[in-house]
Design a binder for this molecule. Structure first.
Ligand code: ADP
Ligand code: MG
Length: 429
């Protein structure tokens, strides 16, 4: 027995590297897991959702053949006249972006050359990613990014029709410099809405922007997670919202298989990561650390040992951050070490493995951060693909956190006993 009471069998030379290789190989044999109860399919077609013909063409050109459940449920509400406010929840990777982007594009009056839509995102990277999807589907509608590192508008009044950005910049542009008129905004979108209204800095800025909006402005809030307190507050911001909410047991999808490995201290975790690195023959991996310092340490060590890995954390400048993410998206590095800055929204479809080097905990506390756990593991298993989440457990406290995540989402997190090949072989797919 080990110190957690798990049966430990003698080593048979079966390592984490073998496990990861084997599991990732299995992913090759899976297709999309969509079935009739899946959040990825709906009985509707995009034609049934009465969209503009150009938009419909752009949707098909983007390779979206059928709407996902959230798209089919949300879009009729979002496109209704008079406009309805919506607070919507849907699991990671189920296509929330296209749902609100299609609504944003539909509401723009192409003849008017000023901002009519604002979409706020919590991070620079997510704003850029969302802007790129918006531009891809835009059918001639103009988009400007209000994020750090982008040039300020070259004219006194912005002529683009959609502003996508982070709260600080949008606040500056709209309130401090008055480069556009907030009272003319017809649609206000908060992606990752729960973190936008509950994180100190974001909260204040979002509220200040929100206060300047016209009462008739349509409010659209999306996220994969809302706790009850946040939901109460959101409803105070959004008049008479329609609400789409998930029962707790559906928040975490089954296409992401969750495991844990026991490690004896940081060095043993490092060895595990080295093994994992060698095991990634299919797809790519994201490793989450709780601090920038740890992310930097891990990356330095891996690089010194000859592995090619990238690190992305908040201390880098904007140009570096985007170039690192672009390289990772292009597959130039197969492993990305990061912090919670990338825990939400980022969509890199080839990510097959997410590793929690540390279990996510609430700021300044040792309590489990359920939302961050769900968002982190949701960086794999995008739109029905299969993915693996692996938690590195070092001590009793980690084990407690792990059990809390397991109980909260009601999904098993299985022991990966890398000393026992039989046990590993028995792991279900
Ligand atoms: P979420 O915001 O819900 O986490 P995203 O909007 O980032 O998810 O979408 C996840 C992935 O699904 C993206 O790669 C996107 O291109 C893809 N996707 C979205 N809608 C569809 C659709 N209807 N058909 C096929 N793929 C889709
Ligand atoms: Mg998203």
């Amino acid at each position: 027995m080990d110190r957690f009471g798990n049966k430990v069998t003698p080593a048979k030379n079966y390592t984490l590297i073998d496990f990861v290789k084997e599991k990732l190989n299995e992913l090759k044999n899976y297709d999309n897991i969509a079935n009739k109860d899946s959040p990825l399919v709906s009985i509707k077609n995009f034609e049934d959702i009465h969209m503009d013909a150009d938009l419909l063409k752009a949707v098909y050109a983007a390779g979206f053949n059928r709407p996902s459940k959230i798209q089919a449920n949300a879009l009729p509400l979002l496109l209704a006249d008079p406009p309805l406010n919506l607070v919507a929840q849907s699991q990671s990777g189920t296509g929330k972006t296209a749902a609100f982007v299609l609504a944003m594009l539909t509401r723009v009056n192409k003849k008017l050359n000023y901002p009519q839509v604002i979409c706020l995102c919590p991070t620079y990277e997510l704003a850029i990613q969302t802007g790129e999807i918006c531009t891809k589907l835009s059918a001639g509608i103009t988009v400007i990014y209000a994020v750090r590192g982008e040039p300020n508008p070259s004219v006194a009044q912005i002529t683009e029709q959609i502003i996508i950005g982070t709260p600080g910049k949008v606040m500056d542009w709209g309130i401090k410099y008055k480069w556009f008129d907030l009272s003319k905004i017809r649609v206000f979108v908060l992606d990752e809405a729960d973190t936008m209204v509950s994180t100190q800095g974001h909260h204040d800025r979002c509220i200040r922007i929100h206060r300047k909006l016209d009462l008739s402005c349509q409010m659209i809030f999306f996220s994969a997670t809302y706790d009850d307190e946040v939901l109460d507050f959101v409803q105070y911001m959004v008049p008479n919202p329609k609400i789409i909410r998930l029962p707790r047991e559906q928040e975490c999808l089954d296409n992401i298989k969750q495991y844990y490995a026991l490690c004896r201290g940081e060095e043993s975790k490092y060895t595990a990561i080295q093994n994992i690195y060698g095991g990634i023959t299919i797809g790519q991996a994201i490793i989450f650390c709780n601090t920038r310092k740890c992310a930097a340490w891990l990356t330095r060590k891996l690089t010194k040992d000859g592995h090619s890995v990238a690190v992305l954390s908040g201390e880098l400048n904007i140009v570096e951050r985007l170039s690192i993410l672009d390289r990772f998206r292009a597959g130039l590095e197969k492993v990305l070490v990061t912090t919670n800055v990338l825990s939400r929204g980022i969509d890199v479809t080839q990510v097959t493995l997410v590793v929690n080097f540390h279990m996510p905990i609430l700021h300044g506390d040792e309590k489990p951060d359920y939302d961050t756990y769900l968002h982190r593991i949701g960086r794999t298993g995008r739109f029905g693909k299969h993915g693996i989440a692996l938690n590195l457990v070092e001590n009793e406290n980690d084990m407690k956190l792990l059990r809390s995540f397991e109980a909260h989402f009601r999904k098993p997190i299985k022991l990966l006993n890398t000393n026992d090949s039989d046990e590993v072989h028995k792991l279900e797919h």
